[in-house]
Design a protein around this ligand. Sequence first.
Ligand code: ARG
Length: 402
Amino acid sequence: MEDKRLVLAYSGGLDTTVMIKWLNEKYGYNVVTVTVDLGQKEDFKSIEERAYKAGSIKHYSIDAKEEFVNKFVARAIKANGLYEGKYPLSTALGRPLIVEKLVNIAEKENAVAIAHGCTGKGNDQVRFEVTAKALNPRLKVYAPVREWNLNREEEIKYAMAHGIEIQAKAKKYSIDQNLWGRSIEGGPLEDPWNGVGEDVFEWLVPPEKAPDKPTFLEIGFENGLPVSLDGKSVSLIELISQVNFIAGGCGVGLIDHIEDRLVGIKSREVYECPAAVTLLEAHKALEKMVLTRHELFFKELVDMEWSRLVYFGLWNEPLREDLEGFIERTQDRVEGTVRVKLYKGGVSVDGLKSPYSLYDLSLSTYGIGSKFDQKMSEGFIEIWGLQSRVGYEMLKRVKGNG
Ligand code: ARG
């Protein structure tokens, strides 16, 4: 038989396990499986075993943590990457890298197709396929879950009929995780009126159970990136893991909102992102100290556009790098130390210093010795309000009172 190969993004879950058999049975593919480690803390050895048991002809387990942090998360920090002001894009940032790895292996293995386990209702299918088409348009892409439209019961039936082992208890939530965060969807969360149950928490101590004493953390920044914790230099990857642990222990990093998916569906999304929430808060605070207001106002727009492109699966859109050109230019001044206070689910900036600070005490002080001549404000206010006043008076005159 001809060796027709397909490379599957394999998570070890029921969907992608069943897929190995299905893609072989239905299309005659020899399935090569790939699991990419982005810091999701799984047992990669048993994932590999599962893949082989289900019929994978070759399994790759790829450690891409460094690359994920340095090429994707680092840019997200500089861009204050948040979708709809809330979601730190953790899942969204991981997808293009997973696809890049998959495409590389497909080329190496002379595969003609790739496949993923995303449903037809989410963002991930879009991210996956848009990126794959950009990197190698010759590869055919299969989305068996979308094509099947199977439910869990049917999948279990298929698995049993084909001797595929299934995990004893059905998972209550759909989870995706990497170093930048943990996404939790489905189950009772589908009703937005339901609160977040304790069984959702894995990275966080539920805020009400967090310690009664605040924790302070000094985060040092250079070139827009965090480089030290309480004065000790650490690599970005290590720093993120430590902040996940420390802030998570203080109940910090729960995000719960209604999110607008690219496909038009509104969905209730819950995340645990202790490091992302803490580091973005600190980064934004430092930017406010060192950038001019004009830079800040404009950067907010740029950051929002950057975040949307990433969320919408357009990592390879040239505009992303164009925007990064601007972002990068602003970051060499984002240097200094931010002291954050972590307390029962809340993070606040408690202290700030920077060699590039634009904060000038001799201007802002209400005490003695101020260099700011208050008398100048009088004329300034006259001129500042001039045109608006003229416009307001004109409308009153033309339209009458009321
Ligand atoms: N809503 C998020 C996003 O689109 C997270 C998706 C998470 N996926 C999952 N299988 N739970 O990026």
